[in-house]
Structures are given as structure tokens and as C-alpha cells.
Design a protein around this ligand. Structure first.
Ligand SMILES: [Zn+2]
Length: 113
């Protein structure tokens, strides 16, 4: 799946900065957004302070972005995979959230993986 299909957006802690990280729709559920911070922001400045983890970025557009290491949101019931050259690579079909009557229900414990 292309990253560009997941409504990606750059984020930064203040308006004077550009591209301290990215957030995008979870490829698995397409409901929640997954966000990460970069070691090496696009504008060449310092990383966003206070993040627990940082990813090393290559590429400056949603179409050529590569991040290292993988992004693992599986512990909170979401996607685990890589972004390489603007593509998401991972287990996109193991959806472990269910939407019923407008409510998102965590069914993590009910599916075999
Ligand atoms: Zn998800």
C-alpha cells in the first residue's frame, strides 16, 4: 500500500519547524493515526524533544520516504511494518479492531495471529 493513500501529514512541535515527524492512518484499521518522530527532521534542525523513540528518515516526500527501524504499534492493537520508498510493508490484513454500530471494539484477544 502506498503511504500517500493513508492521508500522511508531516508534524512539528512549532510552526517555525518542518518535518520533525509524520503521522498517517494505521494501514491495518485505517481509523487511528500512527505518528513517529524523526532523528533527522526534514528541515535539518533538532529532533522534537521528549519522544520515547526516534526513527531515521530517508527521503523528503511521502512518495520516497523510508524509515528505520520498523514501526510497531501491535502492542496497542495496530499495525506493525516498514515504510520503504513510500510504501507500507507489513501485515496490513490482520485487522484486530472491529467497528460495530459506530464503536471501535478491540478484538485483539479473539483472533489468531
Ligand atoms: Zn490500526
Amino acid at each position: 500500500m502506498k503511504l500517500s493513500e493513508l492521508d500522511p501529514r508531516w508534524w512539528s512541535v512549532d510552526m517555525s519547524r518542518r518535518g520533525q515527524g509524520i503521522h498517517f492512518l494505521c494501514p491495518t484499521c485505517r481509523i487511528e493515526r500512527i505518528g513517529v518522530a524523526f532523528n533527522n527532521p526534514i528541515d535539518g534542525g533538532a529532533p522534537a524533544p521528549g519522544c520515547k523513540f526516534y526513527w531515521t528518515r530517508a527521503g523528503e516526500s511521502f512518495d520516497d520516504l523510508t524509515l528505520d527501524p520498523s514501526i510497531n504499534a501491535a502492542a496497542v492493537g495496530h499495525w506493525h511494518g516498514f515504510i520503504k520508498s513510500g510504501e507500507t510493508i507489513g501485515n496490513e490484513h490482520a485487522c484486530i479492531l472491529s467497528v460495530q454500530s459506530g464503536e471501535v471494539i478491540d478484538i485483539t484477544g479473539k483472533v489468531s495471529r
